[in-house]
Ligand binder design. Structure first.
Ligand code: EPU
Length: 420
């Protein structure tokens, strides 16, 4: 297991390229199971979670071909198993995304039931009840979701009790091959849902309303192959911008999408950042100033993303003033707070809110990453500490940030990876 050693106190400065979005790439890889034609997926990020999804396809008898330009060709014609084993699901909950495609295309699926994780209990009851309303028979037995359907799934009118991203994606994929019309109400509006819908449309699906809270899918008898480029990662983009703001730096991120980052850019401006955007780039300049604290509340898109609150907690930790951050999506997403307090931050948790009194600088310390975004926030905390910080258990970060230490080094950070 590796760890990252960070020597803080450097203002980030420079330009980096943003990778393809993890949370788009994962459902799009699962969508390749909806056709026996070849699907080519371009701009895949180089991440552990992507490798895990490719491994999952591999253990079903599908052999993805990856080229050096980070594109992959998948032909699921060789599929010989319809099961997602616990060994893979326990390392990546997004494995649940094969449930809808397998059921819709092959009439059967067995997916290990994901357990809770570091950020919350994260049940998948809404995925299951929606697929049941489309005619699937589903049992949860021996730790597995065992689903079958006789013939095609049937179009259905589904109201999602909660906004769920992968739930919306699973049902949308299943509905593309169902008999008749499916309407998903209270659907997730996340850009990653739209990216998946756009890929499915390229494959011949009939979908409308993606990006709104009502998605309408008219099932077709079959889908075909396509070549699709995954959209840029908005969370990776935001993470580097926050790191730049926290270190009073100036950074330009390219190959990204400013139009899907409104809530994050507005908070960075409130923190005192000067922001310029072009079609596919964002430039942030703090002009050497200390950031001001911001207050925010997470909620489904287009509101402020839960995947960015830990990074803003790190920014607030060294900002001028007091800020409060309220988490409404997951029940336990504050594990980073206790680690930051060990670095001299003044943060207290009150229910689902953290109150952060900014201090001038954090103090380097050994800290431990607990989940992907918490790890990113601890790296930012390390960048604004007066000494050396080591972040342990960084396998979490490799799940969702491509070459993080190389990209930060390009921006001038003193960071290196060493074996623990
Ligand atoms: N929920 C239920 N029942 C369900 C489904 C969800 O109660 O059947 C609850 C969850 O427990 C949670 C809320 O609904 O409290 C929202 O969860 P959602 O289903 O939207 O989360 P997800 O689909 O499992 C995706 C991302 C997460 C991101 C969330 C919220 C992927 C692969 N994962 O998770 O990304 O935080 O949406 O935007 O798309 C990350 O990248 O670090 C990450 C955790």
């Amino acid at each position: 297991m590796d760890k990252l050693i960070i020597k803080g106190g450097v203002s980030l400065n420079g330009e980096i390229r943003i990778a393809g979005a993890k949370n788009s790439a994962l459902p799009i890889l699962a969508a390749s199971l909806l056709t026996r034609d070849t699907v080519q997926i371009r701009n895949l990020p180089h991440l552990y979670d992507i490798t895990t999804m490719l491994e999952l396809l591999g253990c079903m008898g599908v052999e993805p071909i990856v080229d050096e330009k980070l594109s992959v060709e998948i032909n699921s014609g060789t599929i010989n198993s319809f099961s997602a084993p616990y060994e893979l699901v326990k390392t990546m909950r997004a494995s649940i995304l094969v449930l809808g495609p397998l059921l819709a295309c092959y009439g059967q699926a067995e997916v290990a039931l994901p357990g809770g994780c570091a950020i919350g209990s994260r049940p998948v009851n809404l995925h299951i009840s929606a697929l049941e309303s489309m005619g699937a028979s589903i049992r949860v037995e021996d730790g597995y979701i065992k689903a079958t359907v006789d013939g095609r799934l049937k179009g259905s009118h589904i109201f999602m009790d909660l906004v769920t991203v992968t739930g919306t994606e699973n049902v949308m994929m299943a509905a593309t091959l169902a008999d008749g019309r499916t309407v998903i109400e209270n659907a997730a509006r996340e850009p990653e849902v739209v990216d998946l819908a756009n890929c499915l449309i390229e494959m011949g699906a009939r979908i409308e309303g993606q990006g709104t809270d009502t998605v309408i899918i008219d099932g077709v008898p079959e889908l075909h192959g396509c070549s699709y480029s995954v959209m840029p990662d908005r969370i990776e983009t935001g993470t580097y911008l926050i790191a730049a703001a926290a270190t009073r730096g100036r950074v330009r991120v390219k190959d990204t999408r400013p139009d899907i980052l409104d809530a994050v850019l507005a908070k960075l401006e409130q923190a005192g950042a000067d922001i310029k955007v072009g079609k596919d780039w964002i430039e942030l300049d703090m002009h050497g100033r200390r950031p001001r604290s911001v207050s925010l509340r997470t909620a489904p898109y287009p509101a402020f993303p839960t995947d960015m609150q830990a990074q803003f907690t790190a920014l607030n930790a060294i900002a001028e003033g007091t800020g409060s951050i309220t988490e409404t999506v997951f029940e336990n997403r504050f594990m980073h707070v206790h680690e930051m307090n060990r670095m001299g931050a003044a943060i207290r948790v009150e229910g689902n809110t953290v109150i952060v009194d900014g201090v001038e600088m954090l103090k380097g310390a050994p800290v431990m990453a607990t989940d992907l975004r918490a790890s990113a926030s601890l790296i930012i905390a390390g960048l604004v500490s007066d000494n050396e910080t080591s972040v342990d258990r960084i396998y979490h970060i490799d799940r969702g940030y491509e070459c993080i230490e190389e990209k930060l080094q390009l921006l001038g950070a003193k960071i290196r990876r060493v074996p623990s």
